[in-house]
Write a protein that binds this ligand. Structure first.
Ligand code: AMP
Length: 285
């Protein structure tokens, strides 16, 4: 197990990382909002396997929450998070407070990534990705040159960050990591803690909807609308779930093609009890 140092200010983190850079050590970085689970740990373990030094951040970013979302209730557990991060090989846990990240409010400078930030999640969360892109740019600017690890769980976010790094020439290699799931197929998420009683069992319907989409493609279906209606039917068969969207998109452009071909991503979003859940999977044709 590594030693872990918790740092809550920019100067100390930059000073520590400067020492490692002088020693020609590589830096892996995992940005999170905390309430860590094995999905986060998988990113940290990947960063530890590929780098000399691992930094993880915990920051519940107000900019990516709409006024009616769960910013104030977002689950927090710094003691548990520190233990998990240490176990997963993190050396530095960066835990800035809101005023440190956004000293002058309201923030005047934001980053928006065109095209990829439209549709899917953005349909119901129109300001979300500008908040994500802005905080990730700030974190990259604080951590500096690194390999940064993101989950495919947030597939649209991953695509946006990869594009942003190219467009802005940021000195960061973005690494996408596979989705870690519970035994019944539910994708791990900090918000799963909101699932109570029967809603927890019902939440596995998202994975079953993706499976139905994959099965349709495997059976030879190439019309995205048919695949999407097969997926939607599975969500609609679960009375405790309320469908937000299903999509079968080109994995690079995130657009629905006229015919399914190449690398396809199937995505689903649904409300199950209190939380709105998202999931996705890849299928190659
Ligand atoms: P969050 O704390 O929700 O902002 O997530 C931080 C990072 O962990 C993001 O890159 C997520 O995509 C990733 N992540 C969250 N859940 C999972 C999961 N179940 N499997 C893999 N990565 C995940």
């Amino acid at each position: 197990m590594t030693n872990i140092v918790t740092i809550d200010n920019v100067e100390d983190l930059r000073a520590a990382l400067f020492e490692h850079r002088c020693a020609r050590e590589s830096i892996g970085f995992v940005p999170t909002m905390g309430f860590l689970h094995d999905g986060h740990a998988s990113l940290m373990r990947a960063a530890a396997a590929e780098n000399d030094v691992v930094v993880a951040s915990i920051f519940v970013n107000p900019l990516q929450f709409a006024p009616d979302e769960d910013l104030d209730d977002y689950p927090r557990d710094l003691v548990g998070d520190t233990a998990l991060a240490r176990e997963a090989g993190v050396h530095y846990l960066f835990t800035p407070v809101r005023d440190l990240m956004y000293p002058i409010q309201p923030v005047a400078t934001t980053i928006s990534v065109g095209g990829l930030s439209e549709g899917l999640e953005a349909t119901t969360r129109p300001t979300h990705f500008a908040g994500v892109a802005t905080v990730v740019t700030k974190l990259f600017s604080i951590v500096g040159q690194c390999k940064a690890y993101f989950g495919e769980k947030d597939f649209q976010q991953l695509a946006i960050i990869k594009r942003m790094v190219i467009d802005l020439s940021l000195p960061v290699d973005v690494v996408g990591c596979p989705i870690i799931r519970e035994p019944d197929g539910l994708a791990m998420s900090s918000r799963n803690t909101y699932l109570e009683g029967a809603d927890r069992t019902a939440a596995a319907v998202l994975r079953r909807a993706l499976d139905a989409g994959v099965a349709a493609v495997d059976a030879g279906e190439r019309d995205p609308q048919v695949v999407m209606s097969d997926m939607a039917a599975v969500i609609e068969s679960e009375p405790l779930a309320s469908l937000d969207y299903v999509a079968a998109v080109d994995a690079a452009s995130l657009e629905i093609p006229s015919t399914l071909a190449g690398e396809i991503r199937l995505l689903v979003a649904a409300q199950v009890g209190r939380p709105r859940l998202i999931d996705n999977c890849g299928v190659r044709i």
